[in-house]
Design a protein around this ligand. Structure first.
Ligand SMILES: NC(=O)C1=CN([C@@H]2O[C@H](COP(=O)(O)OP(=O)(O)OC[C@H]3O[C@@H](n4cnc5c(N)ncnc54)[C@H](O)[C@@H]3O)[C@@H](O)[C@H]2O)C=CC1
Ligand SMILES: O=C(O)[C@@H]1CCC=N1
Length: 273
């Protein structure tokens, strides 16, 4: 079986999760390379994953089938412009940078490159992530499979028909873990105020979040029905849900996600120049 050769530009948190996932999938360490300007970061990633690390981005991409752009969005323009002369025809570009469009990447990389733009999320660290993927017109069917294999190594990978939908994916799942953490923080604090020791309130909240997520995924009925099944008439859940709804919970969630999606589009406008 021939394995793809994968080069990571930037060996930070998201790159490290992807590298860990690919190794667990059976891609040999000899097929994965990465570059990073930080000597300490290079040493740490090399020691943890047994892959070769480079200071030079151009050296890291030689012979790669896939180049994963995994730096912060703010430095990506310079990174791409410097990399452009070293790119070979047919190398697939996979970008995980928030808010950078395929058009900006193609502009900086200097040709009609095959580009897949992704929005992963941090549970990728535990291989429980979810990503939205968009491929530009230059991406072949084989390259689509390659990109999907890459992101599937750290969770669920879902294809999008339109690039604009990445803003919505960012609002739902890219930023989403933070919303659940906020709810976990709030429920833990409320439990504590109700008289529980903090550690107990925390474990009750965390395990409830996990259990509810597993039920929502595994059940053949939707979340609304699962909620109804917990909610006895005139019972405790109804008292809580009515309080959430009286406070405008659904509208607030919509406003929060609108703000995230708008910010994603705004960043694309600013950073894509
Ligand atoms: N953290 C999150 O929740 C999510 C992050 N992303 C995207 O993933 C990307 C990476 O994020 P993290 O891994 O969290 O950041 P990070 O800061 O952990 O990693 C970025 C790495 O790039 C390196 N770097 C800086 N300049 C470089 C250059 N010129 N050439 C090569 N490498 C360079 C840095 O030394 C660092 O190790 C970002 O573009 C972010 O938008 C996407 C989805 C979710
Ligand atoms: O907050 C952000 O801008 C990035 C994008 C998705 C998660 N973190």
């Amino acid at each position: 079986m021939t394995h793809p050769r994968i080069a990571f530009i930037g060996a930070g948190n998201m790159a490290a999760s992807l590298i860990g996932g690919l190794l667990a999938q059976g891609i040999p360490a000899s097929h994965i390379r990465a570059s990073d300007p930080g000597a300490e970061q290079r040493a740490k990633v090399a020691a943890e994953y047994g892959i070769e690390l480079f200071e030079s981005n151009a050296e890291a991409i030689a012979g790669a089938d896939v180049i994963v752009l995994a730096t912060k969005p703010q430095v990506l323009k310079g990174v791409c412009q410097a990399l452009a002369p070293s790119l070979a025809d047919g190398q697939l570009i996979v970008s995980i940078a928030a808010g950078i469009s395929c058009a900006s990447l193609a502009n900086w990389l200097g040709a009609a490159r095959p580009i897949v733009r992704c929005m992963p999320n941090t549970p990728a660290l535990l291989r429980q992530g979810v990503s939205g993927l968009y491929a530009n017109a230059a991406v072949s069917a084989t390259q689509r499979q390659l990109a999907e294999q890459l992101l599937s190594a750290v969770g669920l990978a879902l294809w999008l028909e339109e690039e604009q939908q990445i803003d919505a994916v960012t609002a739902v799942s890219g930023s989403g873990p933070a919303y659940f953490f906020l709810l976990i923080e709030a429920m833990t604090a409320a439990g504590e105020r109700l008289g529980l020791p903090r550690a107990i309130a925390e474990q009750l909240t965390q395990q409830t979040a996990l259990g509810a997520a597993c039920m929502a995924i595994e059940s053949d009925v939707d979340a609304a029905e699962l909620r109804r099944r917990v909610t006895s008439p005139n019972g405790t859940t109804e008292a809580a849900i009515k309080t959430f709804q009286a406070g405008g919970f659904e509208a607030l969630v919509q406003q929060a996600l609108d703000a995230a999606a708008n910010r994603s589009a705004e960043l694309a406008e600013q950073l894509g120049q």
